[in-house]
Design a protein around this ligand. Structure first.
Ligand code: UDP
Ligand code: UDP
Length: 476
């Protein structure tokens, strides 16, 4: 498809990590569905295999509509940064190479209708975005509640007497954001933000909080019925005055390009066969997302809890944060006796699975999740109740959303995944509570209907996308 044949030409700049890339490409697919041409600018090299596989599947699924441009990063010395997280190192590397982006974008600028940046690029791309002749947007892949928190950080910082106060001083025991019925306790604030000293996450968040205002709009994977209060507070200027419009274009649906088995040994075939043999609603699906390794101290109790809960289970376990580094068998960690008990009652895999396909299978009756926002919107889309076990970052704030909306439970006393080991008995009790709770099931099914209406023909998502494309055409 040539640019002149397309209704609009949109450049997309993702950052790093599946939790960002997956919904970002779903957003790109949404604009493709309405006849846009997409240029995908990819920072290379990428961190994980899962990411590079997904990008190739995406590009090969839309050979005529998508063009890929490599954004070759300038390598950085990992010791420069106070982080041992490869994803954070990648964000920093992208940040320090961002000047190279100007060149790429100016070569496209004549034909561009809009440019959409992942939220992790917010501050570095501000000056580039201001010089573009087309509107620029941020994609925020977490909840509207989390976006409100980040936007409100600038308000909190400005109301503190110190010139550049540390977040641990301007964030009090509770954060009460105007327009919200429930407050955010300090214990739910991403812990990296409260650490003494300075770290990349902290610097990024404080800086981004102010810079979010400098774009033409913010796309968010949420919708009215799931987060009406937060979306209204953001758009009515209650959270912070002058914030760009927030477009709730969620729920972003899984797309065909994801239906490619991404595990190196291809596990989805036999997982689906196994699920086919299980009774409807009888299986607990357990996954703590794409970048959370389960600590060795916790793995044993996790296994004990799953064995004891009495349900079959599909447990996707990560022993390392980055998939390329997985080198140890689960049996080495659990021992052969416990491992054989696990195998009697359920299925355990270490590969990257197709989560949407699993959640959509009728045998799956509950989800134990870390509370990553994609996992939450996906479980709502499929009408599967959830038990969240926040491991870090935005996950407690997201867990509060699911509790308010009634689609899941969040045992707050479990704390973060890095705190005390949660015992097997407790895990088993809470899984039973989720699986037996009829009101959760009713609520999540209502939310599933609302999610599908939002994404359907004439739904809120279509309304936003069509209106934007019309606005962009007027600019040309
Ligand atoms: N995901 C998947 N298979 C896996 C692990 C994750 O398909 O084995 C997908 C999941 O469906 C979601 C994304 O990766 O779309 C993870 O995003 P989320 O926000 O839930 O958590 P994160 O991985 O960023 O912590
Ligand atoms: N992080 C980092 N450097 C730090 C603090 C945090 O790279 O000094 C990363 C951390 O690894 C995590 C992310 O920032 O992936 C978000 O922080 P989170 O609140 O999840 O960290 P945690 O709860 O694990 O301290």
């Amino acid at each position: 498809m040539s640019v002149s044949e397309a209704v609009a030409h949109v450049a997309f700049l993702p950052s790093a990590g599946m939790g960002h890339l997956n919904p970002f490409l779903r957003l790109a697919a949404l604009f493709l569905r309405y006849g846009c041409k997409v240029t995908l600018i990819i920072a290379k090299p990428m961190v994980s295999l899962a990411e590079s596989n997904l990008i190739s599947c995406f590009c090969s699924s839309f050979p005529h509509q998508v063009t890929q441009i490599d954004f070759n990063l300038i390598p950085m010395d990992p010791t420069t940064f106070n982080t041992n997280d490869p994803f954070y190192l990648q964000y920093e590397t992208i940040r320090s190479s961002v000047h190279l982006l100007s060149e790429i974008l100016s070569s496209l600028s004549k034909t561009l209708s809009a440019c959409i940046f992942d939220v992790l690029l917010t501050s570095p791309v501000v000056s580039i975005a201001e010089n573009l002749s087309c509107p620029s947007y941020i994609f925020f892949p977490s909840s509207a509640r989390m976006l409100s928190f980040i936007a409100f950080v600038s308000v909190l910082a400005a109301s503190h007497p110190a010139a550049q106060p540390h977040p641990s001083t301007f964030i009090g025991d509770v954060v009460q954001i105007p327009g919200f019925t429930s407050s955010i306790p300090r214990s739910s604030v991403p812990s990296a933000l409260l650490l003494q000293g300075s770290n990349p996450f902290q610097r990024m968040l404080v800086e981004d909080s102010l810079n979010l205002m400098k774009f033409n709009g913010i796309f968010i994977n949420s919708f009215e019925e799931l987060e009406g209060e937060a979306l209204a507070a953001l758009n009515d200027g209650k959270v912070v005055k002058g914030l760009s419009p927030v477009y709730g274009i969620g729920p972003l649906m899984a797309c065909k390009f994801e239906n490619v088995d991404q595990g190196p040994r291809g596990c989805m075939g036999w997982i689906l066969e196994w699920l086919d043999e299980q009774a409807e609603g009888s299986v607990v699906y357990v996954s703590l997302g794409s970048r959370t390794e389960t600590r060795k101290e916790q793995i044993r109790d996790m296994a004990l809890g799953l064995i004891e809960c009495g349900y079959s289970f599909l447990w996707v376990v990560k022993l390392k944060r980055v998939d390329r580094e997985e080198d140890e068998g689960l049996e080495d960690v659990l021992g052969s006796e416990l491992m054989s008990k696990v195998r009697e009652k359920g299925v355990v895999v270490k590969e990257f699975v197709n989560q949407m396909e699993i959640l959509g299978h009728p045998a799956v009756g509950g989800f134990v999740s870390h509370g990553g926002w994609n996992s939450i919107t996906e479980t709502v889309w499929e009408g599967v109740p959830v038990l969240t076990w926040p491991q870090g970052g935005d996950q407690k704030i997201n867990s509060e959303c699911i509790r308010i909306s009634g689609v899941g439970i969040w045992p707050e006393d479990w704390g973060w995944g890095s705190q005390d080991v949660v015992r097997g008995k407790e895990i088993s009790n809470r899984i039973k509570e989720m699986m037996n709770n009829e009101s959760l099931r009713v609520k999540v099914n209502e939310m599933k209907k609302a999610a599908r209406n939002a994404a359907d023909v004439g739904g809120s998502c279509e309304v936003f996308v069509k209106r934007l494309i019309e606005d962009w055409k007027k600019n040309i």
